[in-house]
Design a protein around this ligand. Structure first.
Ligand SMILES: Nc1ncnc2c1ncn2[C@@H]1O[C@H](COP(=O)(O)OP(=O)(O)OP(=O)(O)O)[C@@H](O)[C@H]1O
Length: 739
């Protein structure tokens, strides 16, 4: 037993020995690198050896417990591997894996991590190959992830989890991945778990026998429902122990909770939540409670999952040249996921083939009904930059309409689906667009499947004039019939990504020709984005003025021909540049930033937040980096609205999150920290290097970040998720672009 225990401990400690350092030191030699397939292959081998060793050394018969149980008696405090008794069993059920001790190997520990270690010492998770993976296996891993900030280290933990699941119970990989990203399916399915705080407290009250009011009081002190639930459960003695939770049973329950509807939905949800809470213990309780609210707060983004999966399967060398055959495992998975962001499809391929090869691009191909991650544009400082960039390339200038991005799909069954920039299904919001799209196809193409990229813009239906973005925001979001539509809109189509076959690898010129050849304009509801191919700087300036006069934000300048003119899913590309009207006024571009903390107001602002700490997002490190404190540009009503918003639910959190990068500046120390929840558009006078802020730290100064001077609030961006906020790289580019 001791022998086995040591082996498993070393299995996990091997991971931390792999020198996956926190990001702040910029990586370094020996750091596991998701982009290096060779190293990934080596690691795969090393890891499966570890499992083999565990298997070989598991030569002690463990008292038979129900397979897969989560135990908390003294015996179970040790990590156990149950040895297969016969050679036959050994061959069929290749491994018995027991994992409990995910915590405590890492040198870096947060307060949370320490709490976790002691809680989880009381339990062990054991299962045999082919049996359901205990939920505890994930929950303990989440505790470990929460205690560190190093992306590489987090990827490594995930990789170890995934490899273990693949080796024992591969069918649990899909629910495990969904639980890690706290989703129930692809975004277009619209299935969300988020239940309100009230219902959760009620369920906890029933579970622990404490009054709702007492729990609310405690909650105010603790600030995190996950922590509260875990401490309540820990102080309770359970006489009858329900069956342990498994990854698949938890995921199934999450779905059932999200789907329950009708008059008794609240009771049903509460009962299901309660059932899960009763069966949970330690870290399980904590992460269940958080998952119910739709926020695990451990910040495992799709990118980390892709990197971990890329390292979980071997990347064979491909001798036949085909699209993707020369890519690393990480790039292949990223490409595949960006054009078909559905975990089910990707995992199905990986589990069937057990390799990451270019076949994944065929499996995860562009498909109608599955929104592709949209291509994005780079900001520029003005016309000169555009001319310089495209000096020897043909390019086109299109009006940049100020509305909502819409990806319009015409499916094989004849239906029309409209997706937002974040892949949410918006079809119910735009019944008028759905109707209009029925006859925009040319006579020869009525049965063609397509994916259009477009901007939906509010218009005055009498004059066909474009209305500001704010008008569009007043439109009802769902349950509207065509007759009830109050704000008329026009679809400005600017790209065609699929027309009976994927077109994203064709250059824009070709895609545009196809768009114009196969569709017919139907004013005022459907029209092509206005554009003009030109290269004279004077002409571009005139066109920019013209677009602004026409109610647009400026111009989109796009490369027309060559490999750089393909459609790049999810990429903020150099081959699409945006030139905004602000440049005409000598202003910088606006930024989309995330409020991560608040300062209580004084004087006239007593009782509300008077200022906020804003951060940009660094997609590389998956962290939020502070860039300014803002207190200007808000109306009184807005300040009240924001105070109510952040005080609602548990958007105020107990302390700074591990992935909020804060300089520690005493003058910036906020009164409260927020859950990252909204994106605000902000304008500033200029950008400056600052020791107090951490945005793009190390890019223009080794120790200082970039901050916004005289920031001013413009508006909320309801169409943005915090992870779509301006990136550190964009902030650095804006800083460098200043005169
Ligand atoms: N002709 C056009 N071509 C491409 N995008 C357009 C066009 N007209 C309007 N847009 C909108 O402009 C956006 C392109 O800018 P960008 O990729 O930077 O997105 P963004 O982050 O939403 O920026 P912004 O806040 O400037 O709209 C697209 O997402 C789309 O919604």
């Amino acid at each position: 037993m001791t022998k086995v225990q040591a082996t498993i401990s070393s299995f996990w400690s091997k991971g931390s020995e792999k020198k996956a350092k926190p990001r702040t030191d910029g990586g370094g030699e020996g750091v596991a690198d998701a982009t290096e397939p060779k190293r990934a292959r080596k690691e795969n081998v090393q890891s499966s050896n570890s499992v083999e060793v565990m298997d070989r050394e598991a030569d002690v018969k463990v008292p038979k417990t129900d397979a897969g149980t989560v135990q908390d008696d003294a015996e179970a405090k040790k990590v156990e591997v149950e040895k297969e008794t016969t050679t036959e069993e050994r061959a069929t059920k290749k491994k018995a894996v027991a994992v409990r001790k995910l915590t405590s190997e890492t040198g870096e520990k947060s307060k949370n991590a320490e709490a976790e270690t002691s809680t989880d010492k009381a339990s062990g998770a054991t299962w045999k190959a082919g049996q359901p993976v205990p939920y505890q296996f994930l929950a303990v891993g989440f505790g470990k992830v929460e205690s560190i900030t190093g992306r590489l280290e987090i990827t490594d933990i995930l990789r170890r989890m995934f490899q273990t699941i693949v080796e024992t119970t591969p069918e649990d990989l899909l629910p495990a991945v969904y639980i890690c990203v706290n989703k129930l399916g692809a975004p277009q399915e619209g299935l969300e778990i988020g239940v309100g705080e009230g219902i959760l407290i009620k369920a906890l009250s029933h579970t622990c026998g404490k009054s709702v009011n007492a729990l609310k009081d405690e909650f105010r002190k603790v600030g995190d429902l996950g922590d509260l639930a875990a401490s309540m459960k820990a102080s309770q003695r359970t006489v009858f122990k329900p069956a342990p939770l498994t990854v698949r049973s938890v995921f199934k329950e999450f779905k059932a909770i999200a789907k329950s509807s009708g008059r008794s939905a609240m009771d049903e949800k509460r009962a299901r939540i309660q059932k899960l809470l009763v069966a949970s213990e330690g870290a399980e309780t904590k992460y269940l409670a958080r998952a119910f609210q739709g926020k695990l707060r451990i910040h495992i983004a799709d990118k980390s999952i892709l990197a971990a999966l890329a390292e979980s399967f071997p990347r064979p060398e491909e001798t036949v040249e085909r699209v993707g055959s020369d890519m690393s495992a990480a790039s292949l998975l990223t490409h595949a996921y960006n054009q078909h962001p559905v975990w089910d499809t990707m995992l199905n391929y990986l589990l069937n083939n057990r390799v990451v090869d270019s076949g994944i691009l065929d499996a995860c191909k562009l498909t109608t009904g599955v929104p592709i991650s949209p291509m994005l544009a780079k900001p520029t400082k003005g016309i000169d930059e555009v001319v310089e960039k495209f000096s020897d390339q043909p390019f086109t200038c299109e009006y940049k309409y100020d509305g909502e991005r819409a990806q319009i799909h015409h499916l094989a069954d004849g239906s029309i689906q409209i997706y937002s920039r974040n892949a949410e299904n918006q079809s119910e919001k735009y019944p008028d667009v759905k109707l209009a799209m029925k006859d925009v196809l040319g006579p020869d193409y009525s049965n063609s499947e397509y994916i259009l990229d477009a901007e939906v813009v509010a218009i005055n239906p009498q004059t066909n004039h474009i209305l500001p973005f704010q008008s569009l925001q007043t439109r009802a979001r769902r349950d509207v019939s065509v007759a009830e539509v109050k704000v008329a809109v026009c679809v400005f189509a600017f790209d065609l990504l699929y027309f009976d076959k994927p077109l994203i690898h064709d250059p824009l010129k070709q895609r545009r020709e196809k768009l114009r050849a196969c569709f017919v304009e139907k004013e005022p509801v459907f029209t092509f984005a206005k554009g003009c191919d030109m290269n004279d700087p004077g002409e571009i300036t005139d066109y920019l003025h013209e677009s602004v006069k026409g109610g647009c934000e400026g111009l989109m300048v796009k490369q027309l021909l060559g490999p750089a003119a393909t459609y790049e899913p999810a990429n903020r590309s150099q081959n699409w540049l945006k030139v905004k009207k602000d440049y005409l006024e000598g202003l910088t571009d606006s930024l989309d930033l995330v409020p991560i903390a608040g300062y209580y107001g004084k004087g006239k602002r007593t009782g509300v937040f008077g200022a906020f700490l804003l951060a940009c997002y660094n997609p590389e490190s998956e962290q939020y980096e502070t860039t300014c404190k803002i207190g200007t540009g808000f109306s009184e009503a807005q300040l009240t609205e924001f105070s109510e918003f952040y005080n609602e639910k548990d958007r105020i959190i107990g302390g700074r999150k591990s992935y909020y990068v804060f300089s520690g500046s005493t003058s910036l120390e906020p009164d409260v920290w927020f859950e990252e929840s909204q994106v605000w558009e902000v304008r500033c006078a200029d950008l400056t290097v600052s020791p107090a802020h951490t945005a793009a730290i190390g890019s223009v100064d080794p120790e200082k970040g970039i901050s916004l001077r005289f920031p001013r609030f413009l508006r909320i961006r309801p169409d943005r998720e915090p992870q779509n906020a301006s990136s550190s790289e964009q902030i650095m580019e804006m800083y460098l672009a200043q005169p």
